[in-house]
Ligand binder design. Structure first.
Ligand code: HSE
Length: 304
């Protein structure tokens, strides 16, 4: 049996929605799983992460696939995995959440779906530690999450972009900024005024995306809880944000924990990505540009 799992990239936080908001983007990893009887686990990687990601038992897709086999107490008699990766790794575009979900969804399908999609989502969020990439990767679109009585509730919000796409330009500098480091540098406590600053804006970011109001998005998409600590550590990031606005972007934020930045516009405008890339280059970093749209579809599993 062959299973095809498709999982989209995601941008988390969206400025003020730290650890709560995330949006799926139309950049997909596609992974084939073949159940084998040869007792071997084989991983082949094409595209992003090729030659860099482990292809042995340390591979995140393998680990999370085996987690599912262990949970249902079934032996894995062999697994051949072929990854076609388009989501850059360590970028702030949810590559690790995509890998987590891919492994879980692939193994779940091979085992005849012992877990519901909701259960897989909960397992993936528990494994990742925060919901804001995993939930939109699974559900698609704009997703808000809360933790209630120790359980995550993730809700896909209606968004106008479903009908009239908002364009996203992501610029990824060649800079190593692991999420674990980007989280470790954040203060444990925040000022009340900073909390209010973010709470009020996070609500309006969702409203701006719901109605497609880019002027409102530009006013609401700023943050006091994580960006002021992270952006100074990424060479050229502050200048790239300013360059994006000057080139006409309505709103710009750190994508997830970075190092990539995401700028929103009504229509695709190559000048925005070029201006941001130039700012990173002036700080000594090469950078890649991704022209993307929100994806209102989430992860897909197909039995081929
Ligand atoms: N909300 C998380 C953070 C996203 O900003 O640390 C990381 O993927």
């Amino acid at each position: 049996m062959k299973i095809l799992v498709k999982v989209p990239a995601t941008t988390a936080n969206l400025g003020p929605g730290f650890d709560a908001l995330g949006l799926a983007l139309n950049l997909w990893n596609e992974t084939e799983f073949i159940a084998a009887e040869d007792r071997r686990i084989i991983v082949a990687i094409e595209g992003e992460g090729q030659g860099r990601l482990p292809t042995n038992a340390e591979n995140l897709i393998v680990q999370t696939a085996l987690q599912i086999y262990n949970l249902v107490k079934k032996p894995c008699t062999g697994l051949h995995i072929h990854c076609r990766n388009r989501i850059p790794i360590g970028s702030g575009l949810g590559s690790s959440s995509a890998a987590l979900l891919t492994g879980m969804l692939g193994a779940n399908a091979l085992l005849g779906a012992p877990f519901t999609e909701e259960e897989i989502l909960r397992l993936a969020i528990e494994t990742e530690g925060h919901p804001d990439n995993v939930a939109p990767a699974m559900l698609g679109g704009l997703v808000a999450s809360i933790v209630h009585d120790g359980r995550v509730i993730s809700l896909k919000l209606p968004a106008k972009a479903n009908r009239s796409p908002i364009h996203a330009t992501v610029v990824l500098p060649d800079f190593d900024f692991p999420t674990v480091q980007a989280r470790a540098i954040l203060p444990k406590q925040v000022d009340r005024k900073d909390a209010i600053y973010n709470i009020s804006r996070a609500v309006l970011v969702t409203e701006a995306l719901r109605t497609g109001n880019l002027d409102l998005l530009g006013k609401a998409m700023s943050d006091m809880l994580h960006q002021p600590y992270r952006i100074p550590l990424i060479p050229g990031a502050q200048a790239a944000m300013e360059a994006a606005r000057q080139a006409g972007a309505a709103a710009v934020a750190l994508s997830g924990a970075g190092p990539s930045l995401i700028a929103f516009t009504a229509k695709q405008d190559p000048a925005i990505g070029i201006a941001m890339k130039r700012a990173f280059e002036q700080a000594g970093l090469s950078a890649r540009i991704f022209e993307l749209e929100p994806s209102y579809e989430g992860a897909e599993v197909t039995i081929v």
